[in-house]
Ligand binder design. Sequence first.
Ligand code: MG
Length: 164
Amino acid sequence: MTHTRGETRVGIGYDSHRFVPGSGVLLGGVTIPAAVALTGHSDADAVCHAVTDALLGAAALGDIGALFPDTDPANKGRDSVAMLREAVKRLGGAGWAPANVDVTVVCEQPKIGPHRDAIRSSLGAAVGLGADAISIKGKTNEGMGWIGRGEGLAVVAVATVIRK
Ligand code: MG
């Protein structure tokens, strides 16, 4: 298979995690103060998980579940920023470099806006991009369904990768 330098590809990632009583919501490596926390097998950082899947998807390198199975005890409570860094390393090994990431977080609470720039910096450092190539947007679900009831949050991410 031949590759063209500068070829670009796009990937999409989705994740959701449940809220439990707690003292902060971890998103993109940043803990947002809240009366809840996200729960999951790893540290439940849904932004990191969705971005990891978007990057892996863009490079057609599988998904986060294949890379870090939740059946593996080593992944229990695992640092999701480290998983994201590992995925970026895999991309590099396959000849791809992230170019930009765009993320939408859907939840009623906490508000994402005040933490936008902190998350952009944190994610950028993990992905190897400047914060100017990382976008984070917060949306409510207008009170509808499980997100509206505050049972958890959902994240959609899109990433572009470029052939090195
Ligand atoms: Mg997840």
